[in-house]
Design a protein around this ligand. Sequence first.
Ligand code: AMP
Length: 287
Amino acid sequence: MAEMQTATTIEQLRTLVSCAKKSGSKIGFVPTMGALHEGHISLVHEAKKHCDFVVFSIFVNPMQFGPNEDFHRYPRPLQDDLKLCTDAGVNLVFIPSVEEMYPTGFSTVVEVNGLTNNLCGKSRPGHFKGVTTVVMKLFGQVQPDAAYLGQKDAQQALVIKRMARDLDLPIEVVICPTLREADGLAMSSRNRYLSNEQRSVAPLIYKGLCLLKEDVALRKHESSAQYRLDLLKRLEAIPNGVVDYVEIVNADSLEVLEKMNGIVLIAVALKLGNTRLIDNIIINTSA
Ligand code: AMP
């Protein structure tokens, strides 16, 4: 097996990717901010199933963090990350600097309207503009055939899918399932911020989502608002947890639903101390 390559500049990246393309490889791409866990690696496994050459990016994108968010303290365990990428069989890791991505005079943004108005878009103003701008740049740099994203960030995945469609990018955007710890907590780079106490109650987020799913199967309520309220109460009961949002929305349009109809996304964000955790489930109500 060929050794994993790394690139820190766009020029190096382009040379290596065009070499792979010339030999007829289908290019898969997994964009991340590093501090890797099995969830990220599951995207690589999926990419490897369908592509011949997998490019993986690690870039903590300052543009998608708010002024009081964790950009500076975001974990950057690069050596551990590279080891995980090697073990997973990544072909090329792209690790650009902030200066490489945003040279002096940088002044273009990409913004998706509508889909970014609620959920995380509401509580993190400007966040998705940062995400779509950096992902558009990465797509232009890597020029992959397919990109692999996690359902864990449901809104982000939909927004990127919409961007690719609206801008006619010849890239298939594939959304992959959320990987969880044994106790149900969605894997996240931010889980490493949690104290022991916070970590022990964090699985209650997913527990709440699962209980809602059970209640829907029993047709406990008429309206989505009542299910939402039940979940809100359960989340508010998490010790020292502060709920940011709980929403029941259409899984494609992200519009708030009055009834549990069609494919429904239940999305939550909750703060434990300074750590903001998000999670979601999808319920197919006609199944
Ligand atoms: P991040 O490094 O947090 O920006 O995430 C990079 C990619 O990994 C995004 O597409 C995420 O949705 C995905 N991801 C993060 N956590 C998980 C998880 N637990 N399971 C599956 N994919 C994930």
